[in-house]
Design a protein around this ligand. Structure first.
Ligand code: BGC
Length: 769
């Protein structure tokens, strides 16, 4: 357990101010009265028929809203009345939900209420930045607050169960859903998983502003072969345990109420039917006591995976430990038959039903099935001024300043600005992928935001280019409505207009990048470049010689090797939610000094993928930059990414002192303090994410070159210094060995405190037996 302390030293007065203990997150979930729960659930189960139990395992979506799969459920109303439904998703609003809930409560024999689920991934109506953006804030308190607001809004609209957090570690920017997770690192991902679960579930699930959380997609969904969504995953257990499973486990340790199984296979068995994964690991080793829901038709999809017919795969899933079947209705149509044929047991069905009933009990639905259906809350609790203010704050904190060598930012609030680019005056791409509950019409476009923040600036806008010129790509991206609109004007006309607007300006702000649906589910890409239509625009604008900043939007790390060579500054703003434009204004004009740091490496080209900071050295690491024959290198590019994990600039400068250690030795029960002094030597107040890495020099399985084991976000006034301290114990040095035991092995460790993962270690300590 790393304890963190910040001792702030104000150098100007040479006096110590305080030592603030930052607490490690110790949240373990909401309180539950187990005895009372058992009584209630047992008494219900005693009365239930097999059909009624199986009915509880069925999760349907009536469609009409946003369905994320190819099929939607039919005859939902009758099925509820027949006791064949345990929960619904894709329905919202107290009025609609009340009707459904009344069918369940009034028209079925036992009147068991429904769970009402939804994908509230990055905010409900108040959309926050896409998760990959939010993660870049490295601010756990802020992330928790966004989850709290999401829970408050969703529950005000009748929802009591969230399909979030998505914690799939991913090192593959080709995979579209990299946008939905926290990036490449298991440690950071675990901290975020905890913060989100705590935010959604709070201390008391019976409160009307908290909801059940779901950690997904269990497991390893972020590592599909070739970055193609839903593709097969094949990974050693040692890699899983050390690098991919920790965030799911962190969510379980934080008391997450449900787990969603993933579409992919794990060790050759689809996750949804994988008993090792869903029972041995999740329940027996990790002690998970909530319920497991399948992903959208993932039970049925095991047919295509080659695991048998619908009856086979449904039995397989139940026996593996799956409790609830999303949309596919394999459970409800085949489990009784399988029971009669002796292929599943009554106990297995009862256990699954018990877990669903327990979830309903935890929410207090048996006491009051209509508790989330207070119409007054819709007005009072959704899209409030306070929530929008938090969205603006979260957005500004998600931005990463990638390049500032041209000193264009911050821009003077009275400047003559040419705002150019297809994302400069666009609303529909602002909320970001996976925000079906939000309405893009509430989003602030960049143009409006710049005007709000700097009313005295003279801003002229030109589109300059289409997001893409390729009609087929536009069609593929526009499945959920127009994100890419190809103009009537030709690319040449768009460009000419942009160059005209640029000519009269002091500074060019180019709002460019990917449409929001170029990332997200089923949106994998083999090309990570900014679309060519916009590359042409950027090149031509750069040739004008005007000061220029790229305000870059994307849901994934891009390959911007070309743009990084241009005389431009670059601010990465992801797709940052309902307040996007205002937050971009706040940062562009210097009201907020950017402090985001990347949580996934940006490659030099797509051929480097996967490239991540914790790669192993290999036996032939090479000793210098550039090519070396017979070393583990490329002929054409360096091994390092263009922008590494943990990287991000500020308008000010931070200088790091040497990493100091309190002792060169540590034993299994002791600890040491590692510290450094960080000084703000630039011209602005600012915030900095101070990162702690180790390298285990000798151990029984090959170690990563670097491993993040701690971080603190501090704020420093211009000229101020702070000493940042971390306490390291053997617990922080543990890893899973080849027998999958979680151990710390004696030996030498390098340690370093740094502003990003790109640094050289200079301190060493030894872990004694
Ligand atoms: C996605 C899940 C989501 C589910 C329900 C699936 O396609 O993979 O993340 O929760 O749909 O919408």
């Amino acid at each position: 357990m790393i304890k963190k302390t910040i001792a702030a030293v104000s150098l100007s007065f040479l006096s110590f101010t305080l030592s603030a203990q930052q607490k490690e997150n110790t949240y373990t979930g909401p309180k539950i009265n187990k005895t009372e729960m058992d009584q209630k659930v047992n008494s219900l189960l005693e009365k239930m028929t097999i059909d009624e139990k199986v009915g509880q395992l069925n999760l349907l979506t009536p469609g009409g809203g946003v369905a994320t799969g190819a099929v939607v459920s039919d005859n939902v109303q009758q099925k509820i009345k027949d006791g064949k439904v345990g929960g619904l998703f894709g329905v919202s609003g107290p009025e609609k939900i009340k009707i459904a809930q009344e069918y369940a409560v009034n028209d079925t024999r036992l009147g068991i209420p429904l769970l009402i689920g939804s994908d509230v991934i990055h905010g409900y109506k108040t959309t926050f930045p896409i998760p990959l953006g939010s993660a870049s804030s490295w601010d756990m308190e802020l992330l928790k607050q966004t989850a709290q607001v999401a829970a408050k809004e969703a529950t005000a609209d009748g929802i009591n169960w969230n399909f979030s957090p998505m914690v799939d570690v991913s090192r593959d920017p080709r995979w579209g859903r990299v946008a939905e997770g926290a990036g490449e690192d298991a440690y950071l991902g675990s901290q975020i998983a905890r913060a989100m679960v705590e935010g959604y579930q709070g201390m008391d699930l019976t409160e009307t502003n908290t909801m059940l959380a779901t950690v997904k997609h269990f497991a390893l969904y972020g590592a599909p072969e070739a970055g193609r969504d839903y593709n097969t995953v094949d990974m050693s257990r040692v890699k899983m345990f050390n690098q991919y499973l920790p965030p799911y486990k962190a969510a379980v340790d934080a008391g997450v109420a449900s787990v969603m199984s993933s579409f992919n296979d794990v060790d050759g068995v689809p996750a949804t039917g994988n008993r090792w994964l869903l029972t041995e690991l999740l329940r027996e080793q990790w002690g998970f006591d909530g319920f497991v829901v399948s992903d959208y038709t993932s039970v049925n999809e095991m047919i295509a995976h080659g695991m048998g017919d619908l009856q086979d795969v449904s039995a397989l899933a139940l026996k593996a430990g799956l409790d609830m079947d999303m949309v596919g209705e394999g459970f409800v149509t085949t489990l009784k038959k399988s029971l009669e044929e002796g292929r599943v047991t009554e106990e297995e069905i009862t256990t699954a039903a018990r877990r669903i009933l327990e979830a309903k009990y935890k929410l207090g639905l048996f006491e009051d099935p209509y508790k989330y259906l207070d119409k007054k809350r819709v007005k009072k609790d959704i899209l409030t001024k306070e929530h929008r203010a938090l969205a603006r704050k979260a957005a500004a904190r998600s931005f990463v300043l990638l390049k500032k060598d041209q000193n264009v930012l911050p821009i003077d609030k009275k400047a003559k600005i040419a705002l150019i680019g297809p994302l400069g005056n666009n609303q529909s791409n602002m909320p970001g992928t996976w925000s079906p509950t939000g309405d893009f019409k509430n989003a602030i476009p960049v143009l409006e935001g710049l005007k709000n923040v700097a009313p005295k600036a003279k801003i002229t806008y030109a589109k300059g280019a289409n997001i893409v010129n390729d009609e087929q790509m536009a069609k593929n991206v526009n499945v959920f409505g127009p994100k890419v609109e190809i103009s009537e004007e030709s690319p040449e006309e768009l460009l000419a207009e942009a160059l005209k607007v640029a000519k009269d300006a002091d500074v060019i702000v180019a709002a460019v990048g990917e449409a929001s649906e170029m990332s997200g589910e089923a949106s994998s890409k083999t090309d990570l470049l900014i679309p060519e239509s916009q590359k042409v625009l950027i090149r031509e604008l750069a040739k004008t010689g005007k000061p220029m900043v790229l305000v870059l939007m994307s849901g994934r790390p891009l390959n911007i090797s070309e743009e990084a060579q241009l005389p431009v500054d670059i601010l990465q703003v992801w797709h940052s939610g309902v307040e996007a434009g205002n937050a971009i204004g706040d940062v562009i004009f210097g009201d907020y000094n950017p402090s985001g740091k990347l949580t996934a490496s940006w490659p030099r080209n797509v051929g480097q993928v996967p490239v991540y900071y914790s790669m192993k050295t290999t036996g032939r690491p090479g000793t210098q930059e550039g090519f070396e024959k017979f070393k583990s290198k490329y002929l054409d590019v360096d091994n390092s990414p263009l922008y590494p994990f943990g990287y991000g600039l500020s308008y000010t400068e931070f200088e790091y002192g040497a990493t100091k250690i309190s002792s060169e030795e540590i034993n299994m029960s002791g600890n040491i303090t590692v510290s450094t002094t960080v000084t703000n030597t630039g011209d602005y107040d600012g915030e900095e994410v101070v990162q702690l890495y180790i390298h285990d020099k000798v151990r029984s399985i090959t170690p990563p070159q670097k491993q993040l084991i701690g971080f603190q976000k501090i704020s420093l006034k211009k000229g101020e210094s702070k000493t940042v301290e971390f306490t390291i114990s053997a617990e922080d040095l543990k890893f899973y060995n080849s027998s999958l035991e979680y151990v710390a092995e004696p030996g030498d460790f390098e340690v370093g405190i740094a502003p990003s993962s790109d640094f050289e270690f200079s301190s060493t300590f030894n872990l004694k037996k």
